[in-house]
Design a protein. Structure first.
Length: 229
């Protein structure tokens, strides 16, 4: 083959022309020709710093911890919790009145059944119901009403946080993390309502008016809130 610059004959294994010194760019490959493994940089090939970090147009990469925090905030960020709207005093009074009406209706049915049973029992001994012998009936009826009212508020509050009255007026009893309260906390709350209400002559219940988050003393003790839905 010949040099492409001066047309001088050159060998297939030559890197440059011996006459003009030009670099042989178009060399044919001949099987069996010796291979030159040496690599020499020439003046027409600029030297590169291979240990130099290539330029980054977008700046340095952030530390891995920052990417982790950014990713977690982007994909796993909790949805903002809406502000609570607390149930006011008069709305809670309205819900309590509805609950009292429900309890009175159930108590009336229970009272009629107890009276009929007591009357039949006395008739078996040829006796009639009178004020003199009605004391056991009234005691049993009073105990039944108290037990019914207690079970009503404890079971409903522990089951769903709502009694019938609260459900009608869209109120709910919740815990500090807006979770449903347990039956134990519902029991503590009911005992505190009765106890604080009697000892403070109702001031513990009126405290809902002055409290910023509309809580009575029983709510502070049981760590509960009444919110509007």
């Amino acid at each position: 083959m010949n040099c492409q610059n001066c047309d001088a004959p050159v060998l297939a294994s030559d890197e440059r022309c011996e006459r003009c010194g030009a670099k042989l760019l178009h060399r044919r490959i001949f099987f069996g020709a010796p291979r030159n493994d040496q690599f020499v940089l020439t003046s027409d090939e600029p030297e590169h710093e291979f240990n130099e970090t290539p330029p980054n147009d977008e700046g340095e990469l952030a530390p891995r911890s920052e990417y982790r925090e950014a990713g977690s905030s982007l994909f796993f960020e909790r949805a903002p919790v809406p502000d609570r709207i607390y149930g006011g005093f008069w709305r809670r009074v309205g819900a309590f009145i509805i609950d009292i009406v429900v309890i009175c209706l159930i108590s009336a049915v229970m009272g009629v059944m107890a009276y009929v049973a007591y009357k039949v029992g006395l008739a078996a001994h040829d006796r009639k119901v009178s004020f003199g012998n009605a004391t056991p009936l009234m005691s049993l009826f009073t105990f039944g009403v108290v037990l019914l009212a207690s079970a009503y508020f404890i079971v409903f509050h522990g089951m769903s946080g709502q009694t019938i009255g609260k459900s009608v007026l869209r109120l709910r009893v919740i815990g500090s993390e807006q979770e449903q309260i347990t039956y134990g906390r519902a029991l503590l709350r009911w005992i505190a309502i009765i106890g604080f209400g009697l000892l403070s002559f109702g001031v513990s219940l009126l405290w809902i008016i002055w409290s910023r988050d509309k809580r009575g003393w029983h709510d502070y003790l049981a760590r509960t809130w009444v919110i509007r839905e």
